[in-house]
Ligand binder design. Sequence first.
Ligand code: AMP
Length: 280
Amino acid sequence: MKTISKISEIRNEIIGWKKNNFVVGLVPTMGALHIGHESLIKQAKDCCDKVVVSIFVNPIQFGPNEDYNIYPRNLEKDQEICKRNGVDIIFHPEPAEIYPENEHLTIVTPPEFYKNKLCGITRAGHFEGVSTVVLKLFNIVQPDKAFFGQKDAQQIVIIKKICRDLNVPVEIVGCPIIRDNDGLAVSSRNQFLSSEARQQALSLHRILQVIVDLYKSGSRQKCEIFTEALKELSDEVELEYLDAYDAETLDILNKLKSNTLVAIAARVGRVRLIDNIVIN
Ligand code: AMP
């Protein structure tokens, strides 16, 4: 396994792979790898000849008051995880390699309809930052397939839309949410939760479970279902949003139906957490 930080160097590797007609898979990450990322890598290994994991804490997707500076970084541990999972290349560039020019950057802006809801409400500029870096990574690595976690459901919908609209020849593969045994969706940010905060954070998953149970028992009205489910919200948890969307289009729904994305975001202390479930 190679760890490469320069665009020119990874391009040379990719050129060699393409000559051999290898199917190339890309798993874009910000590092601090955990079992959620590992599941993406495993899926990539299953259906690609060569797998690249990018590790890049992308400065332009963080707002001024967000956690860019304290975001966990641990390259050595990430390298162990990647090696153990048969990754071929870790692409780990410095910010200056990705953004050599500080001014007048070309920014990929997803349509308002997709970005001005869910996490886009409080994270202004986030999806522009994500879309820009993902398109850059696609241009650098030229993968046949790219693997994203359903944990960031809005991100997958937006990346798919950009690929359709801009004719990007990359197949976007969505992978299921990986949870710890207690139900908490695994996240690099969970390490910032105290054991008490972690208990409180579990209420996010409980809320989603109640919603699924009510749906299964025949309820369909969002208001009624959400009012009941929110009784599970721990007092210390500050809800940012809970809503229901068509899982493909992100249309907001008032009645739950099959293929409904129910997504939640909340703050537990200083840690912002997201979770979701797709009802079928
Ligand atoms: P991040 O490093 O947080 O930017 O995440 C990189 C990729 O891993 C994204 O596609 C995430 O959706 C995915 N991911 C993060 N956590 C999980 C999880 N618990 N289960 C599945 N995928 C995840």
